[in-house]
Every structure is written in structure tokens, then in C-alpha cells.
Design a protein around this ligand. Structure first.
Ligand code: SER
Length: 324
């Protein structure tokens, strides 16, 4: 299945379930000085949960461009190493603002994964917040209890995006990529070895975190989910990492043409290919929103991204400017 087909399948599925299909927002949050960049689908909706003013829709679904390259949510140091993190990526999401809650969010996630993506149930594991028994009970309808794994707040209490605001317990869906990829026979979701690939996070926003760390109840509780398009595309295309998918291969091919190096044949050069392919996407989408390289703030993040991509290019023996 192509990445553009996955985007449409997701948005159409949630439209059928009564969600408004809303355009993703820009990478620069339009009314949120606490954030450098849009780091998740929920960013444009933060106020929907925090206030009780009337809303035009109680359910929404989006495909949101995200950047995690500066501030608390940055993944920049993992790029190239893990094969599953990005600075720029797309997040598919469905949202409820004081409308449906855990039961529907989990049932629809299960229905989408099994009946529409057609992933066999035997490959799916989930994690949940260790104090959230309600979520565990809902999953027990679908999965044997050994594949429903409790994790602490470090892994399964999400947010806020930035230092303050909307947050809550979450439950994550993983695909088991096989015992041979695991670090030990007891390896489970939550382990960093890469055997279990997390691809969908269902968050249940319930709290509004204050600057002093206090968690106040939100005006509207709800649902905020995020499925990484690059990760689900990798799963659907049976690729060894996010980079061997239709989202990245054309860029990798171009880097091969420019550098004369081979992505497949030279394992040692793979991280440099991946860094370059990841960072060029981030740079293009930032410049598209009028961010230019500078010494501070967003411009500094862009400058760092371009510099790292140029250095990765040098590792691939590229001697001339090439990112353009
Ligand atoms: N906000 C959550 C995340 O970023 C779910 O969308 O993972």
C-alpha cells in the first residue's frame, strides 16, 4: 500500500465515524508562544480541551506535518541511528473534544488496524499506563493479557507538548517485528532494542499541567491520537526501516546519483544517507513557512539542520554544495 493511500484510508475511516476532516496546521504554531514548532497533531486543538466555549465540531481527524527538532520534544540526535525517528514527519490523528472517550478510541483503532490495514492480530501488542485499569479492561476484549503491557508514566503518560497544558494517560499499539530482532526472549514493548515498533499512540487528555507542575482537570476530557505515517508506511511496505519506503526512497536515490555511493551496499554510510534524507525534508518545509537560517530560535534550528545535512553529505564524499 502506498503512503498516500494510507493517508486517505485513515481520514476516510474517521470521517465515516463522524469526524470532521480538518486541514493540518502550519509547522509554526499560530497562537502558541510556548512552542517552537508544531510537534503533534493535537497542537492546533490545545484550547479545545482547555475551555468550555462552543466548538464547531466535537470530533476531528487530521494529517499533520510535525517537526521535532528543537526544545523538549527534539528527536534530532536519534536521526540515522534508529531508522524510526524523524525531525520532520506526518502524524495521522483522530480527536474528541468532550465527546467519545477510551472505549470508542480503542475499538476504532482495533477495527482500523485489523479490517482496513489488514494487519494480523497476532502481531499486535499494546502498552497502557500502569494505573489505568479501565484501558486494560477494554483491551482484554481483543488481546490476550500477556500482550497488554503496563508501563510507567515515563512511557505512557503523554505530554504536555512544551512545558504546560493538555496531557493525560496513553496506550500505545506496537507491531512485533520478530523474535530474531529482539534483545532477549523476555523483550517486550517499552524495550529500546527495536523489536517492538510503536506505531500509534492513543492519548486520553484529562489534565492541564500548570507552570508549577500541578495537574488541574481539563474543562473537556477527550481523545488525541497520533499514528506516524512514516512508521505505518514502513509496516505496510514491509520495509526494514522508515527509509526504505516510498516516502524516502526517491530522495535516497537522488543522493546516490549525486554522491556515487550506494545505500544498500555500504552499511557504514547508511546513517549519512538517512540524516541527509530526513533533514532535507525538514529544511524544505521550514523554508516553505518563511523560516530562514539565523542565530536564534527557529532560524537557528534550521541552520543546525542544514549544517548537519551538509556534514552528512561530506561523509558521502560530496564535495560541492548539493542540498539545493
Ligand atoms: N499527542 C500524542 C503524540 O504526539 C498523540 O497524538 O504522540
Amino acid at each position: 500500500m502506498k503512503s498516500y493511500e494510507i493517508r486517505h484510508l485513515y481520514l476516510d475511516f474517521f470521517k465515516e465515524k463522524g469526524h470532521s476532516v480538518v486541514p493540518g496546521s502550519g509547522l509554526i504554531p499560530f497562537d502558541d508562544p510556548t512552542l517552537l514548532f508544531t510537534s503533534a497533531g493535537m497542537v492546533q486543538f490545545k484550547k479545545f480541551w482547555a475551555t468550555d466555549t462552543p466548538l464547531s465540531y466535537p470530533r476531528a481527524t487530521t494529517c499533520q506535518k510535525c517537526l521535532r527538532a528543537g526544545g523538549k520534544d527534539s528527536d534530532i540526535d536519534k536521526i540515522g541511528i534508529t531508522g524510526r525517528h524523524h525531525t520532520f514527519f506526518e502524524m495521522l490523528g483522530n480527536f474528541s473534544f468532550g465527546d467519545y472517550f477510551k472505549k470508542e478510541a480503542i475499538e476504532w483503532a482495533w477495527e482500523f488496524v485489523l479490517e482496513h490495514l489488514k494487519i494480523p492480530a497476532g502481531y499486535i501488542w499494546v502498552s497502557y499506563y500502569e494505573k489505568d485499569d479501565e484501558t486494560k479492561e477494554i483491551w482484554k476484549k481483543f488481546l490476550p493479557v500477556e500482550r497488554i503491557v503496563p508501563l510507567s508514566d515515563k512511557d505512557n503518560f503523554w505530554g504536555p507538548a512544551g512545558e504546560t497544558g493538555v496531557c493525560g494517560p496513553c496506550t500505545e499499539l506496537y507491531i512485533d517485528t520478530g523474535i530474531k530482532k529482539g534483545c532477549s526472549s523476555g523483550c517486550r514493548p517499552g524495550c529500546e532494542c527495536g523489536r517492538f515498533l510503536e506505531f500509534w499512540n492513543l492519548v486520553f487528555p484529562q489534565y492541564d499541567k500548570q507552570t508549577d507542575g500541578t495537574l488541574l482537570p481539563l474543562k473537556r476530557r477527550g481523545v488525541d491520537t497520533g499514528m506516524g505515517l512514516e512508521r505505518i508506511t514502513r509496516i505496510m511496505q514491509n520495509a526494514p526501516s522508515n527509509y526504505e519506503t516510498d516516502l524516502f526512497l526517491p530522495i535516497i536515490k537522488k543522493i546516490e546519483d549525486i554522491s556515487g555511493c550506494s545505500y544498500d551496499k555500504d552499511e557504514k554510510k547508511k546513517p549519512s544517507f538517512r540524516i541527509t534524507a530526513d533533514h532535507i525534508r525538514a529544511a524544505v518545509f521550514l523554508i516553505d513557512e518563511n523560516v530562514l537560517p539565523s542565530n536564534e530560535g527557529r532560524g537557528y534550528v534550521l541552520r543546525r539542520i542544514i549544517r548537519r545535512a551538509e556534514m552528512a553529505g561530506a561523509d558521502l564524499d560530496i564535495k560541492e554544495p548539493f542540498l539545493h
